[in-house]
Write a protein that binds this ligand. Structure first.
Ligand code: FE2
Length: 368
């Protein structure tokens, strides 16, 4: 290969003119940008970050004393803002997560939006989320510790606290993704609650919440028609995996590591079209394999304690603590005492686009 001759002063001046004309015409040459546009592996701006429940909850309580809930602000939700994404209130480039706080007898009015949402309850009970249910109409859904409650996109929803004590929980939404692709639509609902009913079981659970039984004749929407996943079921499934492993049967992710994914009972696919939700359990003394995935995630410790390593960061974590995992950052969780942790990610989006990729600690790479 012949070495290129040094450019002459005349050629350099012509090149400067060319770049100036590119800029004037709102054009940018690829050859000056390729490293940023097409990195060898993902190079996220988001950073691994930990938010401690012991910090979040008192601050949310203070907001409860000072900031009313009502039309306009809509929700007393305080978002996790990743320091690698300054100027945003995003936990990761695709995921928004917040602590939401509702005081005694407070009500949050109805609205709907294209953004998909869920609630996960790490402690407390007494709030009801009324969500547009299967076949339309409002479905009153109790929120209790360990439950996952879905609010698929464009379903009207409202919350109300039926008790004399406050309640806080975690919201997860695909707000950053929807913002990035300019697909956000929002509508107010009625100012008055649609219902104050508190049924023992919501309609969606009565129709769809029976193991392995799909109602014949019921329409199957894109997101899961089952919109409440109760802790007693999640807990029993995780316990059974670990018990079966002890008995010598397969089922766990790895030694001492059980996990379940919250799925649409009609399709076995993810419960939401843009977010994956899972619960992981580590038996005392167990650890996950180191794993990384394309796309980002947020975890919340539900109970127990452990040591979490994400990329270059390592934290001791306990109940309620949340941490953000940027794309392709290796994650490992170990626990001496045992630990349950809720995880949500943007993996359904990457899978739908053919972009999913994983790598486990031994270098094994896959597309799911
Ligand atoms: Fe909402």
């Amino acid at each position: 290969m012949t070495a290129l001759a040094e450019p002459t002063a005349e050629e350099l001046a012509a090149l400067d003119d060319l770049y100036a004309d590119f800029a004037a015409a709102h054009m940018t040459p690829l050859w000056t940008q390729i490293g940023g546009l097409m990195p060898v592996t993902p190079s996220p701006a988001a950073v691994p970050f930990l938010w401690r429940w012991s910090t979040l909850l008192p601050l949310a309580r203070r907001a409860g004393e000072l900031v009313p809930v009502g039309r306009g602000g809509e929700r007393r939700a305080i978002a996790l803002a990743n320091p690698g994404l300054p100027g945003t209130a995003y936990a990761t480039p695709t995921l928004w997560s917040a602590i939401q706080y509702l005081g005694p007898r407070e009500e949050a009015p109805a609205h709907r939006h294209t953004q998909t949402a869920f609630r996960f309850v790490v402690e407390g009970e007494g709030v009801w989320t009324n969500v547009e249910g299967p076949g339309g109409g409002v479905d009153a859904i109790a929120m209790r510790r360990g439950d996952l409650l879905l609010t698929p996109g464009m379903h009207f929803h409202e919350h109300h606290n039926t008790t004399d004590h406050p309640m806080a929980w975690i919201d997860g939404l695909d707000i950053p993704l929807v913002r990035q692709i300019d697909a956000g639509f929002f509508e107010f609902g009625p100012d008055e609650l649609a219902t104050r009913d508190t049924p023992a079981a919501s309609r969606n659970e009565r129709l769809w919440g029976h193991p392995g039984l799909t109602p014949v004749g019921a329409p199957v929407p894109r997101a899961s028609p089952l919109m409440a996943y109760r802790w007693e079921h999640t807990d029993a499934a995780l316990a059974a995996q670990l018990e079966l492993a002890v008995e010598g049967h397969p089922g766990v992710v790895g030694p001492g590591h059980a996990a379940v994914r919250f799925t649409n009972p009609a399709t076995a696919g993810d419960c939401l079209s843009t977010m994956r939700c899972e619960m992981h359990r580590l038996a005392p003394g167990a650890a996950t394999r180191t794993r990384r995935v394309a796309g980002s995630a947020v975890w919340q410790v539900f109970s127990g304690s452990g040591t979490v390593a994400v990329g270059e960061e390592t934290w001791e974590v306990g109940t309620g603590d949340l941490f953000a995992v940027p794309s392709w950052a290796p994650v490992r969780i170990a626990s001496d005492a045992g630990l349950d942790a809720f995880r949500f990610s943007d993996e359904p989006v990457l899978e739908a686009l053919g972009l999913a990729r994983t790598q486990t600690g031994d270098g094994e790479t896959g597309d799911a």
